[in-house]
Design a protein around this ligand. Structure first.
Ligand code: IPE
Ligand code: IPE
Ligand code: MG
Length: 255
């Protein structure tokens, strides 16, 4: 099934971000309710953690609820939150067996209490695991994250630290810290299922140099071969970060 881990070698992404899209369309095609689509999709969340851990990936971030998803019907939002609150704690044992640590990204303080409780419980129960980080992105929006960073920067200069002094130290790395992303690796590979070709406000800062991979597969039907196809595709990409191909191959000097 695709390239083995050693064949992929250095071309294995460290951080894979996934926009899990297509639950609603899958349900509609089956004559089921959108909520049933989300329930089926939750099973793939469980699977993808296993596949990513098996592949040797260090971090997988999963877009579960965007800042824009609050615009959905109230009933669907409640069902999504209830589903997460019910299913997440059931994964603790499996996550501990896999050495998976649950982290969150996004403003979880705005989530319903039952969801916050389940998240707290699962994060605490898995906090000492170190094989793979599973970053559940909830009430997450890239634009909002950047705005929060700007606000933190503005709050960082006081009478003692002048604005000029603070600005002198502001660069891509220090700003990334202001976003609170120090513990998150840059996104290497961003996968979106469901056929849309957009980022939908996910990881905007780190999407700068992420490799993008779009598949038409609907999230409830996403399988291990699909995941490996994305990893194989990534392994064949040349990440130039602005340089030339010749520079990367050492054929010409940097100077
Ligand atoms: C993604 O599936 C899950 C969430 C956004 C929570 P959708 O619910 O967006 O499914 P489609 O796009 O309507 O098929
Ligand atoms: C993106 O999916 C958010 C999540 C997968 C949680 P959406 O289905 O909400 O994206 P748009 O609004 O169609 O771009
Ligand atoms: Mg969608």
């Amino acid at each position: 099934m695709g390239l083995s881990m050693t064949e992929r070698g250095n071309a294995l992404p460290q951080h894979v971000a996934i926009i899990m899209d297509g639950n609603g369309r899958w349900a509609k095609a089956q004559g089921l309710s959108r909520v049933e689509g989300h329930r089926k999709g939750a099973g793939r969340v469980r699977d993808v953690i296993e596949w990513a851990a098996d592949a040797g990936i260090k971090q997988v971030s999963l877009y579960a609820f965007s800042t824009e998803n609050w615009k959905r019907p109230k009933l669907e939002i409640t069902a999504l939150m209830t589903l997460m609150a019910t299913l997440l704690p059931l994964e603790i044992e499996r996550m501990n067996e896999r050495g998976a640590r649950l982290l969150t990204l996004g403003d979880t303080s705005k989530l319903p209490w039952i969801a916050r409780k389940a998240l707290d419980k699962t994060c605490k129960a898995t906090e000492s695991n170190s094989s793979i980080d599973v970053i559940l992105c909830l009430n997450y929006g890239g634009q909002q994250e950047i705005l929060e960073g700007v606000k933190r920067f503005c709050a960082s200069y006081t009478d003692d630290v002048s604005k000029a002094e603070a600005l002198k130290h502001l660069n891509e790395d220090t700003f990334r810290s202001l976003l609170g992303r120090d513990h998150i690796l840059p996104v290497d590979l961003l996968i979106r299922t469901g056929g849309e070709r957009r980022i939908s406000n996910f990881h905007l800062w780190d999407a700068a140099y992420a490799e993008l991979y779009f598949t038409g597969r609907l999230w409830p039907e996403y399988n291990q071969s699909d995941f490996h196809a994305a990893l194989d595709d990534y392994a064949g990409r040349e990440r130039r970060f602005g340089r030339t191909s010749e520079q990367l191959k050492g054929e010409v000097a940097d100077e």
